[in-house]
Ligand binder design. Structure first.
Ligand SMILES: [Zn+2]
Ligand SMILES: [Zn+2]
Ligand SMILES: [Zn+2]
Length: 757
């Protein structure tokens, strides 16, 4: 019997061909296997019928751990006796299917780590040791099929030792495209901050020592540079904050091992599993009572972002030092994407760091670390990037076209939706400047190429002035396809429907800002959404003035003044808080005048209400990074209790004026912690109760929660509690971030549903 098989999924770069080879030989079959340029694998086997059947069974049942089979097409034919053995053939340039893709980067495996540590091994101390089961993939691949010549490893010609392992079917490096050793592979070296090489016999361990001593280094990894320094001293972090112009934003850290993490943070079983998984994301953990690292790493927050080493190079940094962890933050100049190129690093980071730890392999795709958080047993994404991208999200309901979505303006990522798979790009960032826009373009083109897709429609935000909206129009013109604009909060709600395979939902969507249907600023919304791509705003937070527009986003005192002015005279309060405004008394006077005129733009944003409360409670007076006042408010509310602020909801509009005014009035008698807790509780309960009533009226069984505010554990749990107490199902995001990193996915599904009608 002869079988011709096409396997699509994640089958290149995961040891699939070597596995096919071994299975074929085991089953005494002849024929061949080869990669195709559409990321699928083509197999032809000949042999007895029972052996062929067993082989097909093995393909599905025994496949390598990182491989994903989405579909397998098999044609059975008469045996032709065409082959005398089974072989791995040179890749074919055929590209017919779309929907296959290459794998994400994979952290160093146990076997490679053991060899790295073995003085007798040829790859002892080799910082980029890898095999078919581990190593970079997405970040080194320039094109398909996945062969060394199509990766940034092409510069490094294999030595005879590596070549031998590469060609031995029984070897675990058989056809491992990243195979390399100290002789033939990429080299690491130290350099001064002007890029001049510093001679060192052991540059990586030397770098570890410099870090421990408090120097600041830029360390090149798989997807770009990290800026690194010690975690137990304040001084280097103060310096790093000054040069990076990041006064408050938390830095992620990389700890030497799991035991060490447990010495400063609480780690649940689920969190430990994530920390040590082959993805090695940054996991947001709670600092424990013994926390002993510098308080400047995550100032005024109860959480800290921690990851474990994921390359041989990272492991070696800790070899000769006692430092428990190093700061490891993406090296990006303000509002620009992460730096990947050595020359660019010297130019852009030379003024920030003391030394560089370079290696000489190029980065094909820049990729930041992923960030996740565990709520109970569920993982929620904050940033879905290295280790996850570009693995697709599988949909329960396939769509009949290919949609390409560009996301919004902040925390953008793009998305290619084809059939039942959504490929979301790595984290791109805030698309406000040219550099990031260029990154969005190139990452998107790469994703379209890798998935062999041609869009039938381009989706983007409703905001007429977003750079992504303009880009969508240009792109659509070029391709001759329509643009579909999707309202921001609708995209959040649609994402929930698609992730959970639902028909309809009442979604509570709370964030900072989204362009509303009439151009208003939305951000505390209750929407009805369905799988026809329709939505309706059925409730929201009370619209509040933002005195000075965007300035009110930056200075929470302005937001507090805006809301309070609707309930009371604020002159006295504002004057008492004038030191928290950059221009003091003068600015306070202007604010009062402007509020009296009543011409400020309005917003129903939940984030802005949390900002106002955080200013009134003395928690945060300036927003230096996205979500800062709300995140600090969450930390301030820990161990608080409910002082019971009576919910006021009229015509499905949740009152916030009285709530904020009550908080101010009760400051004298209640603990700040309790009021912070109660403000969160108020918003959660009144939004949830309104959503429940709407769901019951519309006869819908599911309520979801989305938007950046969903990262707040207290608010999420409190909404869930109300929903479940009323006998309804509560859903949150499982596969995409609740924040704006999930918006492109929502745009893609909503527009595919709309255009299918
Ligand atoms: Zn390995
Ligand atoms: Zn070699
Ligand atoms: Zn949003």
């Amino acid at each position: 019997m002869r079988a011709e098989i096409t396997v699509s999924g994640i089958v290149q770069g995961v040891g699939f061909r070597p596995f096919v080879y071994r299975s074929a030989v085991e089953n005494a079959l002849t024929g061949y296997v080869r990669n195709r340029a559409d990321a699928s694998v083509e197999i032809v086997v000949e042999g007895s019928e029972s052996n062929v059947k067993q082989f097909l069974h093995d393909l599905r049942q025994k496949k390598p751990p990182l491989a994903r089979i989405y579909s397998m097409e098999t044609k059975f034919l008469e045996e032709r006796k065409e082959f005398d053995k089974f072989s791995v053939l040179r890749s074919s340039v055929r590209a017919e299917l779309s929907g296959s893709v290459i794998p994400p980067d994979v952290s160093i495996c146990e076997n490679c780590l053991r060899e790295l540590r073995d003085p007798k091994d040829a790859r002892h101390d080799y910082f980029f040791i890898t095999c078919t089961d581990c190593g970079p993939r997405y970040t080194i691949i320039e094109g398909l099929p996945y062969d060394r010549a199509n990766t940034t490893m092409k510069e490094f010609k294999m030595c005879s030792f590596c070549q031998k392992e590469y060609s031995e079917p029984a070897n675990r490096r058989f056809h491992a495209q990243t195979v390399a050793c100290p002789k033939c592979g990429p080299k690491a070296y130290l350099a001064s901050n002007r890029g001049e090489a510093v001679s060192s016999g052991d540059p990586i361990r030397e770098a570890g020592k410099l870090l421990e001593e408090g120097y600041v280094l830029a360390v090149k990894g798989y997807g770009g540079f990290h800026v690194a320094t010690a975690t137990t001293k304040d001084k280097p972090i103060v310096r790093l904050r000054a040069v990076k112009h990041r006064s408050q934003k938390p830095f992620a850290i990389m700890a030497r091992d799991l035991e060490t993490v447990k010495s400063f943070a609480t780690v649940s079983e689920k969190e430990a599993e994530l920390l040590t998984s082959y993805v090695r994301p940054i996991v947001l953990l709670k600092k424990n009572s013994d926390y002993f690292l510098s308080d400047l790493i995550a100032p005024d927050l109860h959480n800290i972002g921690v990851m474990l080493p994921y390359t041989g190079l990272h492991y070696m940094l800790y070899d000769n030092v006692r430092e428990p962890a190093f700061v490891m933050t993406s090296a990006n100049p303000p509002n620009e994407p992460i730096v990947t190129n050595n020359d660019e690093a010297v130019q852009k980071l030379g003024g920030v760091v003391d030394y560089f730890l370079f290696h000489n392999r190029l980065v094909a795709q820049r990729c930041d670390d992923s960030v996740v958080r565990v709520h109970g047993e569920d993982t929620s994404f904050i940033r879905r990037s290295r280790g996850y991208a570009p693995e697709p999200i599988r949909l329960k309901h396939a769509v009949d076209k290919c949609v390409f979505a560009l996301g919004g303006e902040l925390n953008a990522a793009s998305c290619v939706l084809v059939g039942d798979k959504a490929f979301v790009s790595q984290h791109i960032g805030d698309v406000e400047n040219l550099e990031t826009l260029r990154f969005l373009k190139s990452a998107s083109e790469h994703l379209l190429r890798l998935t062999n897709s041609k869009p039938d429609a381009i989706a983007c935000d409703l905001h007429p002035k977003f750079t992504t909206t303009q880009l969508a129009r240009d792109w659509a013109d070029e391709l001759g396809c329509p643009v579909v604009q999707v309202q921001h909060h609708h995209a959040h709600g649609a994402a929930l429907i698609a992730e959970h395979g639902l028909e309809e939902i009442v979604a509570v969507v709370c964030d900072g800002y989204g362009y509303g249907l009439g151009g208003e600023a939305w951000g505390g919304e209750i929407l009805y959404c369905n799988r026809q791509g329709e939505f309706k705003r059925v409730g929201h937070l009370e619209p509040q003035p933002m005195v000075g527009g965007d300035l009110a986003t930056r200075y929470p005192v302005r937001m507090a003044a805006s809301i309070l002015s609707k309930a009371t005279r604020i002159d006295e309060w504002l004057m008492a808080n004038r030191t928290h405004l950059p221009h003091g008394k003068q600015e306070a006077e202007v604010i009062i005048q402007q509020l009296n005129k009543g011409l400020s733009p309005l917003t129903s944003s939940c984030g802005r209400v949390l900002d106002a409360v955080s200013a009134i409670l003395d928690v945060c007076y300036e927003r230096t990074y996205e979500g800062e006042p709300a995140m600090k408010l969450e930390a301030a509310a820990l161990n608080g209790k409910d002082v019971k602020l009576q919910p006021i909801v009229k015509d499905n509009v949740v009152n916030t004026t009285t709530m904020v005014h009550n908080i101010l009035n009760r400051r004298k008698t209640e603990a700040s912690r309790d009021l912070a807790f109660s403000a969160q509780q108020y918003l959660a309960q009144s939004l949830a109760q309104t959503a429940v009533e709407e769901a019951q009226r519309l006869d819908i069984g599911v309520i979801g929660f989305s938007g950046g505010v969903a990262y707040n554990e207290h608010i999420t749990q409190a909404i869930g509690h109300v929903v479940e107490e009323n006998g309804l199902q509560f859903v949150v995001h499982r596969f995409v971030p609740a924040g704006d990193g999930g918006v492109s996915f929502g745009q893609a599904v909503a527009s595919a549903w709309q255009t299918a009608r």
